[in-house]
Design a protein around this ligand. Structure first.
Ligand code: NIG
Length: 381
């Protein structure tokens, strides 16, 4: 049995209040002993193991849990982003551009592109990633995307209901029949989750409810894109359906916040999309103060958020969503785990996965204090 120790940690964020100080469970002058990829013990500095990483007084925290990505795609939409920065609005219509490029790409090419993006995410400290389909929008391509996603994660999500493809133009209900019928039947063994884009221009509440009901009947966990581009029914539908997470939540009414606070549904904020689409930032402060469980994720995709960097999202969450630094770090680790209904990641306590990030910094505060600086010295997993 091989063991690894991360030693001489100046400040260890465990996310386990039983192990250390405050809600982040911070332990000073610590070491983490990992055996066969699982945390065995948190000890004072100086623990012995077969292999050793010397943190040299730096901060160590759980690897980031990125609970919302669209990493499997081909093509580039840099020109769309550039036009947006010159004043064009974002309406999600560019999904069709990526769908055309993705349908045309070979599975091998999609796999290679995804491998590079996952490696980039690792360099930014992400150790757990959820990956959605949604740029195929036909049965064969959605299955190819899920097969690629499964090479990199167990948290795959069928997002057939991302946009009505051109061959179903004007017939969204017929497309939803396909998603809930043949597509779901073929995809069910390849996906843990099902998702839909509940927004004007994508799918309405009744169409999304059909997708969620069909997914539940097929034994899948439920997630929903909601309230990204305006106030809408997404959050209320997600709560009513028992979704693990409703993602975006850029526009939250008092009723939405009340419903979320009384539910088990995590509100997952995607601040890099609000940055890249020039949407207003959500009022995370109000949601957290009301008792809503929150996560933050990258939403890496070629249209609304082409970044894999969770540290960038943490900086935005602190500066513009008005989270405290502790809240933002928790939202990107144990919050993401909660959004994926995982209790084996997002914490560094005995029995959890030995997924950790060694920072080039003495404390987790630097993740927001030094925006744009690459602070990930080592990603351990
Ligand atoms: O989460 N909102 C829908 N889907 C993606 C955007 C996809 C795109 O523009 O390509 C999102 O922002």
């Amino acid at each position: 049995m091989s063991t690894l120790v991360i030693d001489r940690i100046g400040s260890l964020v465990t996310n386990d209040p039983e192990l250390g100080a405050g809600p982040l469970g911070i332990v000073r002058d610590a070491s983490v002993v990992i055996s066969e990829g699982v945390v065995e013990a948190i000890e004072p500095s100086g623990a012995i193991a077969d292999e050793r990483i010397d943190a040299d007084g730096a901060c160590v925290l759980p690897g980031f849990v990125d609970s919302h990505t669209h990493l499997v795609f081909a093509g580039d939409r840099g020109a769309e982003f550039s036009a947006r920065m010159a004043g064009q609005p974002y309406d999600g219509g560019g999904i069709a551009v990526t769908t055309a490029a993705t349908r045309a790409a070979s599975t091998e090419a999609l796999s290679q592109l995804t491998r590079e993006r996952v490696a980039e995410a690792r360099r930014h400290g992400t150790t757990t990633v959820e990956i959605k389909s949604g740029y195929g929008l036909d049965v064969a391509t959605e299955l190819r995307i899920l097969d690629v996603a499964r090479e990199f994660t167990a948290d795959t999500t069928l997002l057939g209901a991302h946009l009505v493809p051109h061959e179903f133009a004007g017939r969204p209900d017929d497309y939803i029949d396909l998603v809930c019928g043949e597509m779901l039947a073929a995809a069910a063994s390849r996906t843990r989750w099902i998702d839909a884009f509940c927004e004007t221009g994508a799918f309405d509440a009744d169409q999304c409810r059909r997708v969620l009901d069909a997914g539940r009947a097929a034994g899948l966990g439920l997630r929903l894109h909601g309230n990204q581009l305006g106030h809408g029914p997404g959050v209320q539908l997600a709560v009513e359906a028992g979704c693990a997470s409703v993602d975006h939540c850029t526009y939250l009414s008092d009723d939405d916040i009340e419903a979320l606070a009384e539910s088990d549904t995590v509100a997952t904020f995607l601040p890099a999309s609000d940055f890249s689409t020039r949407q207003p930032y959500p009022d995370a402060r109000r949601a957290i103060d009301a008792g809503v469980q929150v996560a933050i994720a990258s939403n890496c995709n070629p249209g609304s958020s082409y970044t894999t960097s969770i540290p960038f999202c943490i900086a935005l969450a602190v500066r513009d969503l008005r989270m405290t630094i502790d809240e933002a770090v928790r939202a990107a680790t144990s919050g993401g785990a909660r959004a994926l209904r995982r209790n084996d990641v997002g914490r560094l306590s005995p029995g959890c996965a030995g997924h950790a990030v060694v920072l080039d910094a003495p404390s987790h505060h630097h993740l927001a204090y030094r925006p744009g600086v690459h602070l990930i010295r080592t990603t351990v997993m």
